[in-house]
Ligand binder design. Structure first.
Ligand SMILES: Cc1ncc(COP(=O)(O)O)c(C=O)c1O
Length: 365
């Protein structure tokens, strides 16, 4: 039986041809491939500006830095997330405040946000966890709190007619191989604000607003032309990629229900009216057997599974810091131990889904 990995990128002839075209052109950075890739991201999301960068993490650093939050500012971050947003805050010398997530959507919880806001709160990074768009309006944030939306996993998702990545002042995308579309490494910042877009462009390009005009102490966060060309080919098939993932997710939901697992192993939910991007298919395991036992059993049957992601207070970069405390972050703490991601990738079949659910049902029986 074939091995089913958690994820697998979809690279075809168009991506290979795009890369060759870019390399043969002799223009390897900041050229027509980047421009066309950015224009296509604007068309897809409706954003006025898109700035391609070297990774999703680079997008977060550039977006947050463009806001020029005063020293000593606190930035709220969901306590259950891949740590890149929290690490971006630390890299700018700002203070991370972890906030618990909702038990159904695994996105920021409005009550916990209200409790975490203090006199130094100036920003929040909201995360569209695994492609589930966060309801930013429902968070009821005060106007002085600037919002960066981490839509790393959510290209193609939307809520209330607003594309993921457009719910805050700036939005960040990732094109890592586990994301909806990939450029190898890559990312982008979306914004409707021309001044913020210009800041991000300068931060990306050694602080230059034009060749030789160094307006700030920037970095090199550029995306290469070959990677942008791959991204263009990926975006051309975005509807197909999203549709296939949604089909597989629906098959998972139906198979879990048929196996009597809908309540014992609930799937991460989306807010009403959301179109989610299904970057990851994840559920919450019951307390017994342990997740390690489930993962081992699936692996023995040729199926890769793993923790969906991490609780910040449980990883080395933040453990034991004040405010990073299991007692105040109970949902993130539980998800850290019991969330499970299952295989989901373009080219996987509905019978693969049936096989995964059958093994899962057997180990949970
Ligand atoms: C929610 C989230 N934000 C940011 C990142 C960082 O993206 P990248 O790996 O492209 O730097 C990831 C990556 O896994 C992520 O899941």
């Amino acid at each position: 039986m074939s091995f089913l990995p958690l994820a697998r990128p979809t690279i075809g002839d168009a991506e290979l041809e795009g890369q060759a075209r870019a390399l043969r052109s002799g223009r390897l950075v900041l050229g027509p491939e980047n421009e066309a890739f950015e224009a296509e991201l604007c068309r897809i999301t409706g954003a006025a500006h898109a700035v391609a960068v070297s990774s999703g993490t680079a997008a977060l650093v550039a977006a947050l830095r463009a806001l020029e939050l005063p020293p000593g500012s606190e930035v709220l971050v969901p306590a259950f997330t891949f740590p890149a947003p929290a690490h971006a805050v630390v890299s700018l010398g700002l203070d991370v405040v972890p906030v618990d997530v909702a038990p159904d959507t695994w996105n920021l919880d409005a009550t916990s946000v209200a409790r975490a806001i203090g006199p130094r709160t100036r920003g929040v990074i909201v995360v569209d966890q695994f492609g589930v768009p966060v309801d930013v309006v429902a968070l009821g944030l005060p106007s002085e709190v600037r919002v960066v939306e981490d839509a790393a996993c959510a290209l193609g998702a939307e809520l209330g007619g607003i594309a993921s990545g457009r719910a805050g002042a700036l939005g960040c995308l990732s094109f890592h191989p586990r994301k909806i579309v990939t450029t190898g490494e890559g990312g982008a910042v979306l914004t409707d604000d021309a001044a913020l877009a210009a800041q991000v462009r300068a931060i990306r390009h050694h602080g230059q607003s034009a060749p030789g005009e160094f307006v700030l102490a920037g970095l090199n966060l550029r995306l290469g032309e070959a990677a942008a060309a791959v991204g263009r080919a990926q975006l051309a098939r975005l509807p197909e990629l999203l549709e296939h993932r949604a089909l597989l997710a629906a098959a998972y939901v139906a198979a879990l229900a048929a196996a009597g697992l809908a309540e014992r192993a609930p799937v991460q939910a989306a807010p009403p009216g959301a179109r989610r991007a299904w970057q990851t298919f994840a559920l919450l395991l019951p307390e017994k057997p342990t997740r390690a036992e489930v993962i081992d059993r699936l692996r023995a049957h040729g199926i890769e599974a793993g923790p969906a992601t991490y609780a910040l207070h449980r990883i080395g970069s933040f453990a034991k810091r004040p405010r990073f405390d299991a007692a105040t972050l109970p949902v993130a703490d539980r998800l850290h131990d019991r969330s499970l991601a299952l295989p989901l990738f373009f080219g996987m079949t509905e019978s693969d889904v049936t096989r995964v659910v059958a093994e899962l049902a057997a180990v949970l029986a």
